[in-house]
Design a protein around this ligand. Structure first.
Ligand code: CA
Length: 224
């Protein structure tokens, strides 16, 4: 899952980035309002965390611009502005959640999980495909109740496939989902992760099919 953090307090930002990366998120960081607006307009994020007191452009202005462009990315406002009027204004301008500083990282992460769950999996707390069960909160995969070992990258790959159940996912989409702005990932590397996921799922009747020139689709394999 790819998250944008718009926060100009570098100490706070570093703490959040570290915690989110540890939980398996890909995180991009914007330190000013215009940067945040730019990144939001050219990348599909699963969630954005938006500070309001940002240099050059207030977070509320960023929020307004993003929603004016019909961008529906879930946005959580993270701010020291804690009056009732501030909260109401933020939510009315299109924020999905509002958390005031100081806050606990645990709560921020729980709120992010809830936003992402709502965006991709409606209200489901687990996703089932054939004998596989995926828990999007804990990012764990189970086959017939037994945990299946996947690396963090492999889990990212599977997560994206499940978010697009029944649809073909392009390689470009995998790259966008799997890496942030400062990283690079080749299509070859994506293929390596895909083939590892395929190898792990195939014995359990799940097929990861390549559709030439288009992308990949995860399905229950037809009965032999
Ligand atoms: Ca600030």
């Amino acid at each position: 899952m790819r998250v944008l953090l718009a926060e100009d307090d570098t100490v706070l930002a570093d703490g959040i980035i570290q915690a989110l990366r540890q939980s398996g998120y890909v995180v991009d960081h914007a330190e000013s309002g215009p940067d945040a607006e730019h990144l939001l307009s050219c990348t599909q994020y699963d969630t954005a965390i938006l500070d309001l007191g940002l240099p050059d452009q207030d977070g509320l202005e960023v929020l307004k611009q993003v929603r004016a462009k019909k961008n529906s990315v879930p946005i959580l406002i993270l701010t020291a502005r804690d009056t009732l009027e501030d909260r109401v204004q933020g939510l009315d301008l299109g924020a999905d959640d509002y958390l005031t500083k100081p806050f606990k990282l645990q709560e921020l992460e729980a709120r992010i999980r809830a936003l992402i769950r709502r965006k991709h999996f409606s209200t489901e707390t687990e996703i089932k495909l054939g004998v596989m069960r995926f828990d999007p909160n804990g990012r764990r995969v189970y086959i017939n109740q037994q945990p299946l070992e996947l690396s963090s990258r492999e889990t990212d790959v599977l997560e994206l496939l499940l978010m697009n159940a029944g649809k073909v996912v392009s390689k470009a989409k995998f790259i966008e989902h799997l890496c942030g702005w400062q990283e690079e990932l080749t299509t070859n590397a994506v293929e390596v992760y895909l083939s590892r996921v395929r190898r792990k799922l195939e014995p359990f009747g799940l097929s990861l099919r390549a559709i030439r020139g288009i992308g990949y689709i995860l399905e229950v394999a037809p009965e032999p």
